[in-house]
Design a protein around this ligand. Structure first.
Ligand SMILES: NC(=O)C1=CN([C@@H]2O[C@H](COP(=O)(O)OP(=O)(O)OC[C@H]3O[C@@H](n4cnc5c(N)ncnc54)[C@H](O)[C@@H]3O)[C@@H](O)[C@H]2O)C=CC1
Ligand SMILES: O=C(O)CCC(=O)C(=O)O
Length: 528
């Protein structure tokens, strides 16, 4: 098997490359490429590991014909076009915890730097001044910190701020009252936070709801003398308004690690403003955090490329490295069943139900459902996989039902796929042997046992003597070797089916010839 190939395209701790190699991937570290240069080389890679410099646009993804996974060594994935990646079946992963402590500590450092005006005092002292009377700081003890966003980083900031004897008020629509109590913070609405906070620290992603969350109007509602810290994402604070409010003294200090446009223009209006400090997106830049995210991203990506494990994906359900080997044979069975109904059903398939029984019902259902859809959607596009199949199904307005039957039937484990077609419901079911080999066991209500592999022929007929001989003769005369032969019938003389595996693709003229055999109702070539 050829090794998966990974490109690390941003500056990343060397542990990432080491882990990729140890886990069976080939890895190239090529940083600083322009988008055009990246487009030229990206086609060779199965994985792309990035931080924030590489912009993975729809155009880059179009050229990334082999790409299976993008790993962000960090949290924010605003530099990845996730909808385009999903549409192309590329998993996007991040490392949601590796740099949270570091970033929270940066926010606390910014709070302290603002409270004591350390950067300016440092600069003037080193410039030969002794400006002792020019600086009068404030204590943080007893002051209120208003947190906008109390997720991973916000909650670490809260714990550190409480250690500094600050009071913490948090605005986060997804913060439960129980979690607020656990964190020791007061859950407030945004209006109350603005009115009460002496310091405000932002810790939300940039979304349509959070863009400009500190707008001019909201900053004007703040207490006079408020100090604002943003170590989350540029665009959360109105930078032009911040400049005016710092100039007027309404805002006593502001510290930005992130800007709406990065890097900001050298003549950014905030530069040189009194009581304004900034860092060049350094929130995650500590040795510890960079080792954490590099190790984690490489482990996650290698896990996916080598074993199929999915951790911290933003466009696909998780699948632990422990679950992945257990689910692998089920996913192969599920994909084959999806593919079988997809190949046999006519017209659109508005409804699909995926039913699991026995051992299969105890497993994580999402990958099984994803695999059925991947098999089914191959009827529309050959580049479908588990990542983009659910999106494509949604796009086509398909209704998907999942049914779990914990009680087993005659099989210890079973997956049944049923679709609604213009001719009625069509259902197929399969099981796994104890060695993990998948087996079709039922087709359209008729019991049949078959492997689904390679070129096959499906024939629906009336159960009559002589029919098998006629089919065998037609194929034999054309030099087509039959590999396996599986029969099923509803009742003697009733509806019957025949599934043949053949060594070569059966040409259309032979299919037409078989169709003319007495009692044959339908002949259909299949491929798995
Ligand atoms: N400066 C830097 O170098 C770094 C920046 N970050 C950024 O920090 C931000 C926060 O990261 P995490 O805490 O890990 O994310 P998280 O997802 O754990 O927390 C975000 C919180 O924001 C809340 N939220 C969402 N919409 C909101 C709204 N409209 N109003 C108030 N709260 C809202 C969510 O409920 C969630 O609790 C992200 O944007 C991330 O990209 C992360 C690491 C480094
Ligand atoms: O990789 C970096 O330096 C930026 C980190 C960051 O912004 C994030 O993880 O969201």
């Amino acid at each position: 098997m050829t090794k998966p190939k990974v490109l690390i395209s941003d500056k990343m701790d060397a542990n990432a490359a080491r882990i990729f190699k140890e886990r069976g991937c080939d890895v190239d570290v090529i940083t600083g490429k322009t988008p055009e240069e990246l487009k030229e080389i990206i086609g060779q890679y199965d994985g792309l590991a990035i931080r924030s410099s590489t912009k993975v646009t729809a155009e880059i993804l179009e050229a990334a014909t082999n790409l299976k996974v993008i790993g962000r060594a960090g949290i924010g994935v605003d530099n990845v076009d996730i909808p385009s990646a999903s549409a192309r079946g590329v998993v996007v992963m991040n490392t949601p915890f590796g740099n949270s402590i570091t970033t929270a500590e940066h926010a606390i450092a910014m709070i302290m730097a603002l409270a004591r005006q350390i950067p300016e005092a440092n600069a003037r002292t080193q410039a030969g001044e002794w400006p002792k009377s020019a600086f009068m700081g404030v204590e943080v003890t007893g002051k209120t910190l208003g947190l906008i966003g109390a997720g991973n980083i916000g909650s670490i900031v809260a714990s550190r701020a409480l250690g500094l004897k600050m009071k913490v008020a948090a605005y986060d629509p997804f913060l439960t009252p129980e979690r607020a109590v656990e964190l020791g913070v007061e859950k407030v609405d945004l209006g109350a936070l603005l009115e009460r906070a002496d310091f405000i620290s932002l810790h939300t992603p940039l979304t349509d709801e959070t863009r400009n969350i500190l707008s001019r109007e909201r900053m004007e509602q703040c207490k006079k003398g408020v100090r604002i810290v943003n170590c989350a994402r540029g665009g959360l604070v109105d930078e032009a308004a911040l400049k005016d409010l710092l100039d007027s003294g309404h805002v006593a200090g502001a510290a930005l690690d992130v800007f709406a446009k990065e890097p900001p223009a050298p003549d950014h209006p905030l530069f040189g403003t009194q009581n304004f400090i900034c860092t060049p997106h350094l929130g995650a830049s500590t040795t510890e955090a960079q080792v954490n995210v590099a190790l984690q991203v490489a482990e996650q990506m290698a896990d996916y490329l080598v074993n199929g494990g999915v951790t911290n994906a933003l466009n696909m359900p998780s699948l632990s490295a422990e679950e992945a080997p257990k689910l692998k044979p089920y996913m192969a069975l599920a994909e084959n069943l999806g593919s079988l109904v997809g190949q046999l059903a006519h017209g659109e398939l508005p409804k699909i139900s995926i039913e699991t029984e026995g051992a299969a019902a105890q497993l994580n259902q999402k990958p099984i459902v994803g695999a059925v859809l991947a098999g089914l959607m191959k009827r529309y596009s050959s580049s479908v996989n588990m990542v983009n199949a659910p999106y494509l199904a949604k796009e086509r307005g398909m209704e998907i039902r999942e049914i779990r039957n914990d009680r087993g039937g005659i099989y210890h484990t079973l997956i049944r796929v049923t679709v609604e077609t213009s001719q009625g419901r069509r259902s197929v079911a399969g099981t796994l042997f104890s060695n993990g080999a998948p087996r079709l066991v039922e087709m359209f209500g008729i019991s049949i046992e078959a492997d689904l592999a390679g070129h096959m022929l499906y024939i629906a007929n009336r159960d009559m003597p002589g029919f098998i001989g006629s089919v065998g003769q037609i194929l034999g005369e054309a030099g087509i070797n039959i590999g396996t032969f599986h029969l099923g019938r509803r009742e003697q003389g009733g509806d019957a089916i025949l599934l043949l595996s053949v060594d070569n693709k059966v040409p259309q003229e032979l299919l037409d010839k078989i169709c003319k055999v007495p009692n044959v109702q339908r002949v259909w070539p299949l491929h798995f």
